[in-house]
Ligand binder design. Structure first.
Ligand SMILES: Nc1ncnc2c1ncn2[C@@H]1O[C@H](COP(=O)(O)OP(=O)(O)O)[C@@H](O)[C@H]1O
Ligand SMILES: [Mg+2]
Length: 264
């Protein structure tokens, strides 16, 4: 089991798209995948099921009003299961404020589960739900849209993840990689990619995700691009990204088991 959180506090950079299609890529490599939709906008839930508010959802898991199996749904894709998101997640920060272990609730809910990969989609914020996602994951993937790329924003995001790791007492969260999305093959695209490669040497995935309408169309049809258009540039890129992710984060074959690290 390997748990990966997809995070970037900017919206529209391809987080949800990457979660859905990376899940499909890993499923095609023979793995069981659990997608956790931690975004109140529930775009991943919609993309994978066509349904907007299945309940019980992650909200109920975090609030302790449902058990894991009650919040577990099948999806339109084989070998992919889902803990759905729903709109109530948007106000959960307030509701969890006075509850004990509020950043550890997702971790607790996942303990004992035996999917090969757990992929967690996050909202464009660093609130309690995203904190639950970062605590529950061993790795983070950060998607960066080449079209609206900002180095300053990236630095801030990476240092915020470091700060959060410190505050939350998690010392084993690592940056699995930065994946470039909305890539366009032109001079500007190549130049910007080159700058990123230099700055984040070794951290950038070799695969970049092209900007392509089939990706968006698949999303609207509640299918992964690997199902909808497997040989399109987007389908091929996400299949390749799955292979790279598998290489960097091998599934351990053991059940999910995470405990709070005691600080000396
Ligand atoms: N590579 C791509 N090419 C074209 N459209 C894309 C691509 N990646 C994402 N999109 C579309 O862009 C929008 C934002 O992507 P999304 O994954 O929802 O971003 P986020 O989750 O970071 O807010 C969605 O409508 C999605 O279908
Ligand atoms: Mg999203």
């Amino acid at each position: 089991m390997t748990a990966i959180c997809i995070a970037n506090n900017k919206g529209g950079v391809g987080k949800t798209t990457t979660v859905v299609n990376l899940a499909a890529g890993l499923a095609r490599l023979g793995h069981s995948v659990l997608v956790v939709d931690a975004d109140g906008q529930s775009n991943a839930t919609y993309a994978l099921t066509g349904s907007v508010h299945p309940t019980p959802s992650l909200y109920d898991l975090l609030m302790d009003t449902a058990k894991f199996d009650q919040a577990l749904w099948t999806t339109n894709e084989e070998h992919i299961w889902l803990i759905p998101g729903d709109g109530r997640l948007q106000n959960i920060d307030v509701e969890l404020a006075a509850k004990p272990g509020r950043e550890w609730r997702l971790t607790r809910a996942l303990n004992g589960q035996s999917f090969d990969y757990i992929l967690i989609d996050t909202p464009p914020s660093l609130g309690v739900v995203t904190q639950n996602a970062l605590v529950a994951a061993q790795h983070v993937i950060v998607p960066v849209a080449l079209s609206e790329f900002s180095l300053i924003g990236m630095d801030k995001l990476l240092s915020t993840i470091d700060e959060l790791s410190d505050q939350l007492d998690i010392d084993d969260l690592d940056l699995l990689g930065i994946v470039v999305t909305f890539y366009e093959e032109n001079r500007l695209g190549r130049e910007t990619f080159g700058v990123l490669e230099k700055k984040f040497e070794g951290q950038l995935f070799e695969t970049h995700i092209p900007k392509h309408n089939k990706i968006e169309e698949a999303h609207r049809r509640n299918e992964s691009v690997l199902t909808f258009a497997p040989t399109s540039p987007g389908g091929l890129a996400y299949a390749e990204l799955a292979r790279e992710v598998k290489k960097r984060a091998t599934s351990t074959g053991e059940a999910y088991s995470r405990r709070r690290v005691a600080r000396g």
